[in-house]
Design a protein. Structure first.
Length: 89
């Protein structure tokens, strides 16, 4: 069971502002969600198909890659053979 102090701790970790008035409502909602999970834990599921897991995608086939010049051909800006991106900071 989730307590109000748990909700305050989670809000602090997630860096979200929850007012003191909202804590009881969030506590109730968290506990309701956990009750649903307890119900789901009691449901018997079907087993996996007899064939097991299969790969629905194509098999990997090695093939030549682009040359460095071709890979950089459409780059907006390059430097020393690499794509140069704008500074973030």
């Amino acid at each position: 069971m989730v307590t109000e102090s748990d909700i305050e701790h989670i809000a602090e970790l997630a860096d979200i502002g929850i007012s003191r008035d909202e804590v009881p409502e969030f506590t109730r909602q968290f506990n309701a969600i956990l009750e649903y999970f307890e119900i789901l834990d009691t449901v018997e599921g079907e087993s996996a198909p007899a064939g097991g897991i299969t790969n629905a995608f194509r098999d990997d086939e090695p093939r030549p890659c682009l040359s460095q010049e071709a890979a950089l051909a459409n780059a907006g800006s390059t430097e020393d053979g690499f794509i140069k991106a704008p500074r973030v900071m």
